[in-house]
Design a protein around this ligand. Structure first.
Ligand SMILES: [Cu+2]
Length: 164
């Protein structure tokens, strides 16, 4: 009987410790989420894959809002051969001409420095499994082009970014 009580007490202690540890762990992982992004941003989830495709052809966002784009490369290929970025161009920019200039800008992740003025927002270049986030103010209402500027990708990897 004594032994039984001892074991029971040990068991009870073990549960206490286990639960205590779990609670602490949860609190630690909860923290970044609570202090992370401002809650007023409109969130858009975009992915790119090894088949050279975005998950969306059209993105609609509200005007006058802060926009957060969570961008993830859901493939496995490295960024040297299947890199993806997410770029929103200003309205008067020719997407084919921009893509042609971008091809020569490997050192800057295919964002030509001289073209920064033609871009509303862009992410860095990702390889398979990587992800990133950007935040920016929604441009004035209208339809914009989004694209990936990795050489040859824009033909398949583009769509409309609509602000209304
Ligand atoms: Cu791409």
């Amino acid at each position: 009987m004594r032994n039984f009580l001892k074991i029971f007490a040990l068991f009870f202690l073990f549960i206490l410790i286990a639960c205590g540890g779990k609670k602490e762990e949860q609190a630690a992982t909860d923290k970044p989420e609570m202090t992370g992004t401002p809650s007023d941003a409109f969130v858009v989830e975009v992915t790119g894959n090894d088949q050279m495709q975005f998950n969306v052809k059209t993105i609609e966002v509200p005007a006058g809002k802060k926009i957060r784009v969570n961008f993830k490369h859901v493939g496995q290929m490295p960024k040297e051969t299947m890199g993806h970025n997410f770029i929103i161009l200003k309205q008067d920019v020719d997407i084919a001409a921009f893509a042609a200039r971008a091809m020569n800008a490997k050192e800057t992740d295919y964002i030509p420095p001289a073209d920064e003025q033609n871009i509303i927002a862009h992410t860095k270049l990702l390889g398979g499994g990587e992800s990133t986030s950007i935040e920016f103010d929604a441009p004035p209402a209208g339809t914009y082009k989004f694209m990936c500027s990795f050489p040859g990708h824009y033909v398949m990897m583009q769509g409309d970014f609509i602000v209304k």
